[in-house]
Design a protein around this ligand. Structure first.
Ligand code: FES
Length: 125
């Protein structure tokens, strides 16, 4: 099974998932802090990731995903929406964008308060 690694200023999380699993499902399995305000319906851009490796093995982006990415922050050639990109046969490394991490912390205010108390949020880099 492919390995999916998620990287953010808070650390790294890894999961092995079957082919056809969305990156959002992989993030949930890994415990990675990927936001998903619309619940994976391609209705927001809070699951925006930058795919560093394995980009070409993912499912092709739909027109709906590309349209939605148009409203995301700091879109790059490696950008994908985690809820729309399905894992292919290769390992993947994805960086969690600040947009997605911030949305995750909005969805988990207790974690945000803890990280603020520890001086780990907002990130300094
Ligand atoms: S969770 Fe909203 S577009 Fe992916």
């Amino acid at each position: 099974m492919p390995t999916v690694r998620f990287v953010s200023p808070l650390g790294e999380s890894v999961a092995q998932v079957p082919t056809g699993t969305s990156l959002l499902e992989a993030a949930e399995r890994a415990g990675a802090p990927v936001g998903h305000s619309c619940g994976g319906a391609c209705g927001c851009s809070t699951c925006h990731l930058w795919v560093r490796t394995g980009h070409s093995s993912l499912s092709e982006p739909s027109d709906a995903e590309l349209d939605r990415l148009d409203s995301a922050f700091d879109v790059r050639p490696a950008s994908r929406l985690a809820c729309q990109a399905l894992v292919g046969g290769s390992d993947v490394e994805a960086w969690i964008t600040g947009e997605s991490l911030g949305a995750f912390l909005d969805e988990h205010p207790e974690l945000r308060r803890q990280l603020e108390a520890e001086g780990r949020w907002p990130p300094t880099q």
